[in-house]
Design a protein. Structure first.
Length: 499
């Protein structure tokens, strides 16, 4: 599903209005959607609407009038003088036939629900003065909050908190989500997000051409690999995982297990000879081959049946690991670089980027977490509110020439061509040792089956999150591959695939 920046959403509104739908009609639909959500949140008790001077406040006035018409006890607090409102917001305020309360935190009282219609998604400067005091008072009140479009104080494009922000239990947004509904910390302030249809024709997206989406099955369904009834294991690809030394072999085995469960027809662990017995004893369906040097690795990759490679989990931070990476890139296979493979280039990241670009059309995915990202992209890793995680990952992908997947509760995947996607389905218990190793193997499995790098990363991220949901609290990394069959079954049912 497409995700629109605040400027793209404004354009969607303009295109709709130009096509003949009055802006006030859109506001009426938005306000009615907010009222409907409010009715669902509290069945009785007073409702307080905190309205701003812009269109967000206009939505609040429409919601207030609709709720009052349904017999609810509603009050409105307004940031500015009523007579100073302009445009559609002024029209909406005329529809409210009752007084407005002064913009004073004491006026909130003890409502059953507060509707936050103070600021919309376009906020781009820190909240100060009276609005700051009102936001703090709303949060301290204890009543549940329903946010209109986005909790006030959140930047709609970056997800940053602009000084202070409303903590909502639910947010009603319109037409499409904005990045802040998915990116942290904005997502944490939104609560449950409800997307309302307010009459914007989806065909406006053909002109806007947004390059950001949410990682959901509908966005990559066409790329999802389904085995043919007359297929065989070699048709599903052969993933190769590089193991570390004797004391650090577990991460590679986690990646290998993830690759096998995610659909690779065969998986082999390339193991140092001194770790061969350990790996062989711990693996059954996964094969083990002795590989000590980049030369041996290159000879192994001379077999074209190896279709994807994972380097990094437990590999060790060393020149040797760098040499293995360059060897894999020269072989032009699908390649996932994680953990130690990334840190090994910390002192000279340009060497990695040059090698990736020299590989020409290689399907390469880098999977750093926030601790590893600045080792490769130090100048674009800052936390400045003006630069979102989405923008940082996009910049990184363009710079290095590979798909970059920056892990976290709001994992972002970006392609060098500008496409980007944000995940929102990972539960908090997915943050556990070894989970990233399994993800690297899963992505390699999709690369092995011929899925392009961006789609392979997105499928892997979504299934990784769903596997964690399936496993539940108490999850450890070893659980993730074991619950993948249940995730596959749900996907097959959703896509209408027989099994």
């Amino acid at each position: 599903m497409e995700v629109l920046t605040t400027s793209e959403m404004e354009r969607a509104d303009r295109l709709t209005i130009t096509a003949g739908t009055p802006g006030f009609a859109l506001m009426m639909s938005a306000g009615q959607a907010v009222a409907e959500a409010a009715m669902g949140l509290v069945e009785e008790g007073p409702i307080m609407v905190v309205a701003g001077r812009g269109n967000n406040g206009g939505d609040g006035f429409v919601a207030a009038a609709e709720l009052a018409a349904r017999g609810r006890d509603v009050s409105v607090i307004l940031l500015c003088e009523r007579d100073s409102l302009q445009g559609d917001a002024a029209l909406a305020a005329r529809g409210w036939k009752y007084p407005v309360l002064p913009f004073n935190p004491q006026a909130i009282g003890k409502p059953a629900l507060i509707i936050d219609a103070l600021f919309g998604a376009g906020l781009n400067r820190p909240v100060k003065g009276d609005p700051l005091e009102m936001i703090e008072a709303v949060n301290a009140n204890g009543a549940p909050v329903l946010a209109v479009d986005l909790p006030s104080g959140i930047n709609g494009t970056t997800g940053a908190v602009m000084g202070a922000a409303i903590n909502a239990v639910e947010t009603v947004t319109f037409f499409r989500r904005k990045p802040a509904h998915l990116l942290m910390p904005g997502r944490k302030h939104c609560g449950r997000v409800r997307v309302a249809d307010i009459g914007i024709d989806p065909r406006v997206l053909e002109e806007i051409r947004p390059q950001t989406s949410e990682i959901v099955p509908q966005s990559w369904q066409k790329s999802f690999p389904v085995p043919d009834i007359d297929g065989h294991k070699y048709a599903r690809g052969h993933a190769l995982v590089l193991s570390g030394e004797l004391a650090s072999t577990g991460a590679a085995r986690l990646a290998a297990r993830g690759a096998l469960r995610a659909g690779a027809g065969l998986v082999t662990v390339a193991s140092p000879r001194d770790a061969l017995v350990v790996n062989a004893a711990a693996l059954t369906a996964i094969m083990v081959r002795a590989v000590d040097t980049p030369v041996e690795f290159a000879e192994m990759l001379g077999d074209r049946r190896f279709s994807s490679v994972v380097i990094g989990p437990g590999a060790g931070v060393s020149e040797r690991t760098r040499d293995f990476v360059h060897t894999a890139l020269s072989a032009k296979r699908g390649l996932v670089l994680d953990a130690d493979a990334l840190t090994s280039f910390a002192e000279a990241p340009e060497r990695l980027f040059e090698s990736i670009k020299a590989a020409e059309d290689a399907h390469v995915v880098l999977t750093p977490h926030e601790g590893e990202f600045p080792r490769l992209f130090s100048d674009i890793s800052n936390k400045h509110p003006g630069r979102s995680k989405l923008e940082r990952v996009r910049d990184a992908a363009e710079r290095c020439g590979a798909v970059v997947l920056l892990k976290g509760p709001d994992t972002v995947v970006a392609s060098p061509d500008g496409r980007a996607s944000i995940a929102s389905n990972a539960p908090p218990w997915l943050a556990t040792a070894g989970a990233g190793d399994v993800l690297a193997g899963m992505i390699a499995a999709f690369l092995a089956q011929g899925v392009p790098a961006f789609e392979a990363a997105c499928i892997g991220v979504w299934m990784h999150g769903e596997a964690a949901v399936e496993a539940g609290p108490g999850l450890i990394a070893e659980d993730l591959p074991e619950v993948l069959p249940a995730v596959f079954r749900r996907l097959y049912d959703e896509f209408g695939i027989e099994y």
